[in-house]
Design a protein around this ligand. Sequence first.
Ligand code: XIL
Length: 315
Amino acid sequence: ERTLRQLAADDRLRIGTAVDMSALADDPDYRRITGEQFSTVTPENVMKWEVIEPQRGVYDYAAADQLVAFAARHGQKVRGHTLVWHSQLPSWLTTGDFTAQELRQILHRHITDTVRHFKGRIWQWDVVNEAFNDDGTLRNSIWLQKLGPGYIADAFRWAHEADPHAKLFYNDYNIEWSGPKSDAVLDLVGRLKAEGVPIDGVGFQGHLGIQYGLPGGVPENFARFEKLGLDTAVTEADVRMVLPADDEKLATQAEGYRLLLDACLRTRHCISFTVWGFTDRYSWVPGVFEGEGAANLLDEDYGVKPAFRAVQKAL
Ligand code: XIL
């Protein structure tokens, strides 16, 4: 049977997964499938600020370096995730009482040091993650509060200076379809492009839940971004459900994955399709969404689910 990465190569698409570094270290089946099935990887947590810079100016790239090395051995490209976000920040940063000028320096330094450290080894960087609320207003993060909306353009400029060849992405969820949030992101990235800010793409996370109904108009929405001259990517696909799973829910889930992948395949510059983990054995969903789970392509024992078959078939 051909692997997902072989099938995707025919479509000139990279297929990816988020990688859980403890599973990669401890679980040989997980390690084998990660290397065999995928042509791009994203660190699920180990490039986030709290891991990379646990003390001000003190960096720990060890775990991230391990993934980058794994990727190189397996002919995989790396999505860097993520430079500017409101979540998983170290406490020295969130509790420190910094002036705007200090915080701006801190952000500049974190971006510069991190992007330089991985220079030449990162394909796409999620430079700014989840900067909007669902109603299309900017999220009231520490960055917006202290630096104002200009932090977004600054982050892209600084990342570009540190690695001019990396593709720089804005990444968010609930922007797969048209609505206030995707309209606001479209407006932002259009303005950034017009101002000459170095942005290359938009990442659509693709966290769906079948209980909300599956989204419509996804390819048409991707096309709006492509028209601006931007790459697109599905960056964190998973399709959760209220447990327990049953055949009908698993079929709807398969349709959810299929529609996200199909939108990507129908968009000329949709360059990668990444799932947020490939097995229900290790998933962020049950820990965050109470009573929900079974969101991935393989079950807890690496058994193939209808969603995996749907992805295989669509590729
Ligand atoms: C999640 C990870 O999967 C969890 O392990 C962690 O505890 C919290 O973050 N959007 C993102 C990802 O951009 O970084 C998040 O990852 C999931 C939602």
